[in-house]
Write a protein that binds this ligand. Structure first.
Ligand code: PMP
Ligand code: GLN
Length: 384
């Protein structure tokens, strides 16, 4: 194995899901729903599969899906995209992030990101030979995760190539607020760098969040320098389908496609028309989806609090963060490895998503994208 990949072992999601399977624990670790997405989407996939949509689709994705992606961005975020040139379909958001970094970063270029970060970011940056410059998110006075503006300013320098922003944010459940987005945008313009935004949780912001979701691309001067990434996995409860996309100015989208040609070339032929159907569902699907997750968040937050954990606010995503210190825990990795034996529940230690692990040592992440009875069973066990 090459030196640049040696620091990366088995992902925490694989480790923790295997632990859940081995011990029979309730798995609130890896973030995947335990119910299927919209019936119209599933029926469209079955129809496409039986109807012969089984050969290579076009590199950028089938036209009907690219049009649906563009229409969805217009409907929800007021962004106008040409489906022919400004939209690329990818093998999940994961491939879009990897392809963006590989397409834009020379070896030694720096990527500003926020820690804790989604685990594939560090690996994709390393594969490109680039260098990550993480800015730490820490619970502030209102217990929301915040960053120090000066730390962000100092993370930018002559080698900065791009900012990689994930909002709504996994694993913290933070939604970046307008003042934070404005500073990020100001710094991008000042240093003339690109932004790559991972918005896979764009429809998962709860009404009590400090602010609604705002794509960074909609801020002044950002459209021409931002690649916006999302995926069907979260919004339509089909994480195994791996249909994602990137939208942005044609020159950035074509850079992604240059790389994608040789990573996967194309993916998911019969799933692409089905995702188009899902993206075109009426607003009521999206609001119903958010409301359903919000109920489950509340259910889990109440349960974890009753079980004695100090729960931090979750404004969005599938996830909530808890502090283990009230239960006498100090190290999240030790705590999560022992939790299945002790309580029959699996969670994920937040510290594995940091370079500066100390900042998240006492934090663990629970997923609430599960059926209410599964959440209740986990809570019963934790209280037991
Ligand atoms: N980014 C974030 C922040 C995620 O949480 C996930 C999946 N959990 C991904 C990217 C990957 O998305 P996909 O499965 O579409 O590759
Ligand atoms: N994104 C999911 C999570 O954060 C897991 C994805 C994966 O297993 N790679 O739990």
């Amino acid at each position: 194995l090459v030196a640049r990949m040696r620091p990366f072992g088995t992902t925490i999601f694989t480790e923790m899901s295997a632990l859940a399977a081995r011990t029979g624990a309730v798995n609130l670790g890896q973030g995947f729903p335990d119910t299927d997405g919209p019936e119209e989407m599933l029926a469209a996939a079955a129809e496409a599969l039986a109807g012969g949509a089984n050969q290579y689709p076009p590199l950028a994705g089938i036209p009907v899906l690219r049009s649906a992606i563009a229409a969805h961005e217009q409907r929800f975020w007021g962004l106008t995209r040409d489906p022919d040139g400004e939209v690329a379909v990818t093998a999940g958001a994961t491939e879009a992030v990897a392809a963006a970094i590989l397409a834009l970063c020379e070896p030694g270029d720096e990527v500003v990101c926020f820690e804790p970060y989604y685990d594939s970011y560090a690996a994709s940056i390393a594969l490109a030979g680039a260098v990550r410059r993480p800015v730490t998110l820490r619970p502030g006075p209102a217990r929301r995760f915040e960053f120090d503006p000066d730390e962000l300013r100092k993370a930018f320098g002559p080698r900065t190539r791009l900012v990689l922003l994930n909002s709504p944010h996994n694993p913290t459940g933070k939604v970046f607020i307008p003042a934070e987005l404005k500073l990020i945008a100001d710094l991008c313009r000042e240093h003339d760098v690109f932004a790559v935004t991972d918005e896979v949780y764009e429809h998962l912001v709860f009404p009590d969040a400090a602010a609604p979701h705002v794509p960074l691309a909609t801020l002044p001067g950002m459209l021409e320098r931002t690649l916006r990434i999302s995926s069907a996995g979260k919004t339509f409860s089909c994480t195994g389908w791996k249909i994602g996309w990137a939208t942005g100015p044609a020159r950035l989208v074509s850079a992604i496609l240059r790389v994608k040609q040789f990573l996967t070339f194309v993916n998911g032929a019969p799933l692409q028309p089905a995702v188009a159907v899902a993206l075109n569902l009426p607003d009521s699907y999206f609001t119903g989806f958010t409301a359903g997750l919000r109920d489950r968040r509340d259910r889990l937050v109440d349960g974890l609090t009753d079980a004695g954990l100090a729960v931090l606010p979750s404004e969005g995503t599938y996830f909530v963060t808890a502090d283990i210190r009230p239960l006498g825990g100090e190290d999240g990795i030790e705590f999560c490895r022992a939790l299945p034996g002790r309580s029959g529940v699996v969670a994920v230690p937040t510290q594995v998503f940091y370079d500066h692990q100390e900042a998240g040592r006492h934090l663990i992440r629970f997923a609430f994208c599960k059926r209410p009875e599964v959440i209740d069973e986990a809570v019963r066990r934790l209280k037991g």
